[in-house]
Write a protein that binds this ligand. Structure first.
Ligand SMILES: O=C(O)CCC(=O)C(=O)O
Length: 262
């Protein structure tokens, strides 16, 4: 399904946008169910990720007033969002990128409401869910028109090749890269505007960020993370279940103990 040139681009740049991977009927259904889910289950006001990085990315009057809607694992509430984990276009592309056997890891909605939808600072996704190898791919599924002004994803091409980089972490913040070294003013990045149904595949080592949504429309994207079954979480006991959902192929016994039920 992917061409050799697309596969080479992913490995060379650390990301690949595949246009219209989801049909408009599929996006309409996912979008409708996501809007229902936000109305039914959200219910908290959030400014987005907290942390001192906000001073380096936002004017003072905006630092505490951005808006965000995050929902983890929408498949817990919606069968449409369960089925998408096995989408043949997404899983087929992943097989070209990391091999036949694919394990799902997580799904999360990142929605930026109109006018002041939250930005994200430069970061890798690795510190959020560290694993012991490179074959971990995040797929950003676009539900809305995502022009640059809506806070489209921006990536630093080739940055995945450095592997994990030390982030600022702590109780007070989500992990982010030190702004005196990594910041949009000093670090070149490539914006990736997208349309509904487009999916951006990127390595969890790829440095990325996104700006404020300043349009009058929602920008909803859903990140779905997958990895090879050999790629094991760091710092977790091996017997702890780790989102053990295979979406293609099989997992060999030696990778973890067999699950038992009491
Ligand atoms: O949705 C975005 O614009 C950024 C998402 C992001 O930073 C992430 O998925 O880690």
């Amino acid at each position: 399904m992917l061409t050799q040139s697309q596969i080479d681009t992913y490995h060379h740049d650390g990301y690949l946008k595949v246009e219209k991977l989801l049909s408009s009927a599929e996006v309409d259904e996912l979008n409708q169910e996501m809007r229902w889910l936000i109305d039914e289950w959200w219910g908290e006001d959030s400014i987005g990720w907290r942390g001192p990085w906000r001073k380096a990315y936002l004017d003072e009057d905006e630092q505490e007033t951005t808006k965000a809607v995050f929902i983890s694992n929408p498949h817990t509430y919606s069968a449409t969002w369960s089925r998408i984990l096995f989408h043949t276009g997404i899983v087929g592309a992943l097989q070209h990128l990391i091999g036949r056997n694919i394990q799902w890891h997580h799904t999360v909605l990142h929605a930026k409401p109109p006018e002041k939808g939250t930005p994200f600072p430069m970061h890798q996704d690795f510190p959020f869910y560290p694993h012991d190898g490179p074959d971990f791919v995040d797929c950003l599924v676009h539900l809305d028109e995502t022009p640059l002004e809506s806070g489209a994803l921006r990536v630093v091409p080739g940055s995945h090749k450095a592997g994990p980089i030390e982030h600022i972490t702590g109780e007070h913040t989500r992990p982010y890269l030190p702004p005196e070294i990594y910041h949009p003013d000093i670090t070149d990045s490539v914006p990736i505007p997208a349309n509904p149904g487009d999916v951006i595949f990127f390595s969890y080592y790829t440095i990325h960020w996104s700006d404020v949504n300043r349009t009058d429309q929602w920008r909803k994207s859903v990140r779905i993370g997958y990895h090879t079954p050999e790629t094991r979480p760091i710092g977790k006991p091996p017997e702890e279940p780790n989102n053990n959902l295979m979406v293609s192929g099989t997992k060999a016994h030696h990778h973890e103990p067999k699950l038992t039920y009491e």
